[in-house]
Design a protein around this ligand. Sequence first.
Ligand SMILES: [Zn+2]
Length: 133
Amino acid sequence: MAVIDTYRLQSSPIAYMPSIIAWAINGCAFPEDRPTLFDYVSSVFPTVPRAAVEQLLTKAVPYTVEGDAVVFSVEATAPAMPELTCRKCDAVNPLVYFAPMTIEAKGTCVCFDCAKARQWLDANGDLRPDIQL
Ligand SMILES: [Zn+2]
């Protein structure tokens, strides 16, 4: 399920964010100016991930103005999938696998090909109930 993070870019007494963000979005019409604008907004709001700033300024996500703050939401970047290595053939991250065991983003599994080669699968390609991995 997607996780949505919402950010508020609050105005300061010297910087009215709705105007600044509108200006930065307009500036992003020029691709060569984008890195500078991303850097600028990221430096003003160091707690907002740069990827979120980029989505806001390139209009990938909409925003609203609440009072003097700019509010927008982005889908949180998914945590990296653990790397799984087949315990039988050392294949890395097989598409189909069984019995994953993971410790701190590193893990092992048995890949589909190895399970099939050992006749551990039923006609549907599921692990036979009598097989314990
Ligand atoms: Zn394997």
